[in-house]
Design a protein around this ligand. Structure first.
Ligand SMILES: Nc1ncnc2c1ncn2[C@@H]1O[C@H](COP(=O)(O)OP(=O)(O)O)[C@@H](O)[C@H]1O
Ligand SMILES: [Mg+2]
Length: 430
């Protein structure tokens, strides 16, 4: 018998840890809805040492902002929840990798530099996502959020194997209102992708995110790092000074239009930069259609799939197995509902060999009950024959109440009959 133990949080089964970041852990998870209709999600939860009001506040800020954002180039946040003191975000799961991982994979190979149309495609998609976030309004009040991401870096860009590019991690993003309330001056985020004003702790506008995107563009085209230095302070100093070497020294083949776009994006003078992301996206789209007219997202998907063939196969196979969890032939063996140290509770799911489809679907409903609550689960443990009406034991106080009701009704009917009889008798006697 095959058996595996999974942790769970709320209604979600945590299947596999995808990554641990500064703010928390990110898990591939699965929720189980009615009739075993389930979906995969990514769950980002606070680390144990980050628990408390401050971490909760950061998470809440991320949730409140990100929940407003619905765009193809931004990872959707579905929900923000708390379970046994742990805060977590429920997000769209991106079946793919981060831009950082894509770069690491190619590092040291003879194809370490990404092909130009792919670079331009990725940057264009991020620019579109940023443009949307920058101009997004609060869903309820319709007030512009004037959101600035403040941590645009290759770690915070996910790319699916289907060629979708998505911005994640609005953890330190702030709307303009928030900046005014809290005051700026605290430096957070990845220093090597900071605009000079951000590295100096000055107030930011949306062009700061576009500058960060410009750094990514420069690095991808140059196949080198721009401000990064071994030492954090040296990195910060580079970012503050923002001396941008001529890209052609690093890549002599770069077309003049891309040199122009890079210079405009990385201008220290905010007024000389692109004012909005869609303007940058527009220039990149024109370049793509002129120079690489036949390049489409499908080509990018083919590139991603061939670059990550092994990884994609591995994770797809795992996902297939995870889809089977409770779908067919899996059952819960035991449950540890009392989570210790705020750790998510654990459930053990066993593969029963030779189980029938019907039995399997009953097991799935068992799990649903477990996830809904212990009470429902206990009821499920004692199977009830489905065809026969359920025999219910009626408590004594209910029986007494029913008897009293019956007695009252009888007395009432007797009085009514007596009155009628009396009236008739009187009339007859006259
Ligand atoms: N929705 C998601 N789908 C798949 N992987 C994700 C998702 N969100 C985050 N990850 C993985 O987790 C990593 C860290 O996520 P992130 O939100 O940036 O956390 P942190 O705030 O710790 O930086 C990402 O680089 C990525 O590898
Ligand atoms: Mg991150």
């Amino acid at each position: 018998m095959n058996s595996k133990t999974y942790k769970r949080i709320g209604e979600f089964i945590l299947l596999e840890k995808l990554n641990s970041g500064g703010m928390g852990e990110v898990w591939l998870a699965k929720s189980v809805g009615a009739f075993n209709v389930s979906r995969f999600v990514a769950i980002k939860m606070t680390l144990n040492h980050l628990q408390g009001v401050k971490a909760a506040q950061l998470f809440m800020d991320e949730a409140k902002l990100a929940i407003n954002l619905q765009h193809n180039n931004i990872v959707s946040v579905y929900d923000f929840k708390v379970e046994k003191g742990k805060f977590y975000l429920v997000m769209e799961y991106v079946h793919g990798t981060s831009l950082q991982q894509l770069l690491e994979k190619r590092k040291g190979t003879d194809q370490s530099r990404l092909p130009l149309p792919i670079i331009i495609f990725i940057i264009r998609e991020i620019a579109l996502g940023l443009d949307y976030a920058h101009h997004c309004t609060d869903r309820w009040s319709q007030k512009p959020l004037q959101l600035i991401h403040r941590d645009i870096s290759p770690q915070n860009v996910l790319i699916s194997y289907e060629g979708n590019v998505k911005i994640i991690d609005f953890g330190i993003a702030k709307s303009k209102d928030k900046i005014e309330q809290t005051g700026d001056g605290i430096i957070k985020g990845n220093c090597s992708y900071m605009s000079p004003e951000q590295a100096s702790g000055q107030p930011l506008d949306l062009t700061s995110d576009l500058f960060s995107l410009g750094i990514i563009l420069w690095e991808l085209v140059a196949n080198d790092r721009l401000f990064y230095a071994e030492d954090l302070y040296a990195t910060l100093k580079n970012a503050r000074e923002a001396n941008v070497p001529d890209i052609r020294q690093f890549n002599p083949t770069v077309p003049a239009e891309i040199v122009r776009i890079i210079h405009k994006t990385l201008s220290v003078d905010r007024n000389a930069r692109y004012r909005v992301g869609r303007d940058l996206a527009k220039d990149l789209t024109s370049f793509l259609s002129q120079e690489f007219a036949s390049f489409t997202q499908n080509d990018f998907a083919i590139f991603m799939k061939s670059s990550f063939a092994t990884e994609e196969k591995e994770i797809s196979e795992k996902i297939k197995t995870y889809a089977e969890v409770i779908n067919s032939g899996w059952k819960i063996a035991e449950e540890d509902d009392e989570a210790q140290n705020n750790e998510p509770a654990e459930i053990t799911i066993e593969l029963i060999e030779g189980i029938s489809a019907d039995e399997a679907s009953n097991k799935a409903i068992d799990l649903k009950s477990l996830l809904v609550g212990q009470e429902a689960f206990s009821a499920q443990k004692k199977p009830v024959p489905s065809e026969q009406p359920k025999k219910t034991k009626v408590p004594i106080h209910v029986l007494l109440k029913r008897a009293a009701d019956l007695l009252l009704k009888s007395v009432f009917i007797f009085i009514v009959i007596a009155i009628i009889y009396f009236v008739f008798f009187k009339i007859a006697m006259r």
